[in-house]
Design a protein around this ligand. Sequence first.
Ligand code: 4AD
Ligand code: MG
Length: 430
Amino acid sequence: MKTTIKKLREHVGESVTIGAWLSNKRSSGKIAFLQLRDGTGFVQGVVVKSEVGEEIFAKAKGLTQESSLYVTGTVKEDERSALGVELEVTEVEVLHQAVDYPITPKEHGTEFLMDHRHLWIRSKRQHSILKIRNEIIHAVNEFFYNNDFIKVDPPILTGSSAEGTTSLFHTKYFEEDAYLSQSGQLYMEAAAMALGKVYSFGPTFRAEKSKTRRHLIEFWMIEPEMAFVEHEESLEIQEQFISHIVQSVIKRCENELKTLGRDISKLENVKAPFPRVSYDDAIKMLKEKGFDDIEWGDDFGAPHETAIAESFDKPVFITNYPKDIKAFYMKPDPDREDVVLCADLIAPEGYGEIIGGSQRIDDLALMEQRYEEHGLTDDAYKWYLELRKYGSVPHSGFGLGLERTVAWISGAEHVRETIPFPRLLNRLYP
Ligand code: 4AD
Ligand code: MG
């Protein structure tokens, strides 16, 4: 019977066949231990010479790292393995003998591993991170489906910018100029006026010359947009959403989190409600923590975010930033014209901003005024203004960066490990 490593537990005592790659091997003259992987998991295959005979033992012993094979064996319970079982091998069929696999069990430098990303993703650590990424994607879709959001796919090729013009990727659209999407938000606002509660989940692009552990050139963003939802209600949805994601990963990725050595106690805490700190109070906190240079009106960098997050054991919302350092579409606070109804959600443990969101301006005259202040005279935005002409309503939305979320939950140092093929400054290969 053909099965997968993940399902071996259901076949204790039976003879099964799995298709696998050899990730590592130890052997003596009498016994060989094969570390096998098939994408669904890792298992040890034990080959005993006196049981299988000379020929099969020689085949097993001759296997090189990353060779592919069909292995047949009896599933045996084994307390010591993470999976709870191992395979007593009875038959080996070599499919392909790999030659000089470059990533050996010894230490390799980051650049070497990045050059071999197409192979590096086979390793146990990368496997665990990509599994967690998959679980987060599942939890995102599950949360929105259960809460009556409709998934809408905004275009990737656009004629306008959503998040300022400094980080736009330019391309030609036949004779016209076009840009790769920085955010689907403006289109999602149109979709919210049609369908109520919507979300998008797709690739976004920022031509930023940032070389930090939090920045990718191409990253995936989840962007909900909600009609008739005001700022404070949006924050409540955000904290429920993040709690659902974190608790789902804890529940379904126990082995992966263990492989990564993640401190799960820090994640177990991540349950709504999350603390809220106003930008004004954040400035005071930073001054108390010794950031003497920071002034009201300054934007926060990574060290500021980390310092604020340190005071809390959950993600923290920083709310109501000065309007001059935020996007043109954010609604001013009705009680205070100099700040906007927005929030950034800062992850704990130094992982930085994972969500940026706000209530949107719904008044046509104010939006037109903002356009002028931002020099957005382009016709490309005409349709966006029309949303404020035909049944405008209060509405809010936010964007969650997938890779920063994966980095935080899996405990990865750098976002380069959180996406299969990262696009970084100076890296387009492989
Ligand atoms: O704060 P940002 O720029 O917000 C927007 O794009 C809004 N239009 C979202 C919305 O309201 N619909 O980006 C949102 C999130 C950030 O908090 C961060 O998690 C992630 O996207 N992000 C990046 N992730 C990796 N690399 C980059 N260069 C990123 N830029 C933003
Ligand atoms: Mg932001």
